[in-house]
Design a binder for this molecule. Structure first.
Ligand code: PLP
Length: 444
């Protein structure tokens, strides 16, 4: 080859190589951005209809349904109303199967052990009211940690049979390790041979604690105690392996951290309890052998939220799924708690890092709030939450241990700006309340 030809050839090779490298880099960038769309404010604007004037840091109570799922919900309603007969005979079943398959895969459960149900409250009622109780039987619940509505169900069931009791244990703060939780359970189980059912929260609501689930299930089973796992907050916050836990029942809400429309949770039932478990409402399917069919017997009920589970799980995956969403939320919350506790001169609830709920944290409000709301009437927390909603911030308020606590949640639409707004609104709120009280005392 002549010199000139060699130069042309090498330039050609060089140009092609540069082009190929650029192409590879572009493709790589493309897949990364496809896997992880930007979360926080851009996502909120693109996918949610949340009020722009407010900050929503209370997914622990009410999450939000993405716009595309709301549209799909409307589309399904229209489809149903176009031909209701066909809907209930055919479409209904196909959509349900799709949802059950998606949940089973997500939570690590066998489909045949799962059913969908309206919410955790309904599921725990079904479980507790299906068992037969005899004098001497007891329930095991945990002060501050067991969800108040579940606690009330236990009280109602216990009241119905004379001689049935409740063992309530304390797990005081700070919680330094799993042993601080396992110890009180072990003691109660040893001292109370009559315990028949233990309620174990996977993630507690009011105290944002991740319970050592496997250890507690195994411990209860050593004492022949039935374990009901209240996993209302777990789907979407934790990578679940429901089948492996081997509990008796596991219940998880899908409308909180997976953002399905409200009115859908899953109920997993150990095969040994399936033949006797019945829904609270008796209907046509009462005598079906399969427990799942018995739970899908409500004929004209509106089950559209149940059919959107698959779409919700796909949306969650599109955002990166638990592996992306949860570390991001935990990271933001750690910074937020640090920033808020410095600014409010307060502290976080004492829970060791490995037992903290991934997407919810709890810290005390500025102490001046205690002085403003002097009384410990349970109603005042609701009043405080409502006052804060008026100010445009949504957080959960609790009163215990002589302090008012603020639970903050981080979901896919949140970013650090939201928590900065929470900080500023609270400081302003406290300042204004104090000024108002001062003026009132001066004029009295
Ligand atoms: C731990 C826990 N259990 C049960 C429930 C009740 O859930 P639902 O209101 O969806 O029935 C909640 C609700 O927040 C909860 O946090």
């Amino acid at each position: 080859m002549a010199n000139e030809e060699v130069t042309i050839f090498s330039t050609g090779v060089f140009v092609i190589a540069v082009y190929l490298i650029k192409l590879v880099l572009l493709m790589k960038k493309d897949t990364t951005s496809r896997k992880e769309p930007e979360l926080g404010k851009p996502l909120r604007e693109r996918e949610f209809d949340l009020d722009e004037q407010s900050v929503f840091c209370n997914s622990g109570t009410y999450s939000c349904v993405p716009r595309r799922l709301v549209h799909r919900q409307i589309q399904l309603i229209k489809e149903r109303e176009w031909n209701p007969f066909r809907w209930y005979k055919t479409t209904h079943h196909q959509l349900l199967e799709g949802s059950l398959n998606a949940v089973a895969q997500l939570v690590g459960a066998k489909k045949e052990n799962l059913t969908l149900i309206d919410n955790t409250t309904t599921a725990t009622n079904v479980i507790l009211k299906n068992h037969k109780y005899f004098p001497g039987d007891k329930f095991l619940v945990v002060n501050q940690h067991t969800y108040p509505a579940v606690w009330k169900q236990v009280e109602v069931v216990a009241r119905e049979t004379p001689g049935v009791g409740i063992v309530d244990i304390d797990i005081p703060f700070p919680i330094r390790s799993k042993d601080d939780i396992i110890g009180p359970y072990a003691k109660a189980l040893k001292e109370n041979p009559g315990i028949k059912i233990a309620i174990v929260d996977h993630i507690t609501s009011n105290t944002v604690t991740q319970m050592p689930l496997q250890e507690l299930i195994d411990l209860c089973h050593l004492h022949d105690v039935i374990v009901v796992v209240d996993g209302a907050h777990a789907p979407g916050q934790l990578q679940l392996r429901v089948e492996e836990y081997g509990a008796d029942y596991y219940v998880g809400n899908l409308c909180k951290w997976l953002m399905t429309p409200r009115s859908v949770a899953f109920l997993w039932v150990h095969p040994k309890h399936q033949s006797t478990l019945r829904p609270l409402v008796t209907s046509h399917m009462e005598y079906m052998d399969n427990f799942r069919e018995r739970f899908y017997s409500f004929m004209t009920r509106d089950l559209i939220p149940h059919f959107l589970v698959k779409d919700a799980i796909e949306f969650h995956k599109e955002l990166g799924g638990i592996d992306v969403i949860v570390p991001r939320s935990s990271g933001i919350l750690t910074k937020a708690v640090d920033m808020l506790s410095k600014s409010w001169q307060t502290r976080e609830l004492g829970i060791c890092p490995e037992l903290r709920a991934p997407c919810m944290r709890m810290l005390a409000f500025p102490s001046e709030l205690n002085e403003i709301y002097k009384y410990s009437d349970p109603g005042f927390c609701r009043e405080l939450s409502e006052d804060l909603c008026e100010e445009g911030i949504h957080v959960k308020c609790f009163y215990f241990d002589g302090k008012i606590w603020c639970r903050i949640s981080c979901n896919v639409w949140n970013d650090m700006d939201d928590f900065e707004k929470v900080r500023d609104v609270i400081l302003k709120f406290v300042r204004e309340k104090k000024e108002r009280i001062k003026k009132r005392t001066l004029t009295q």
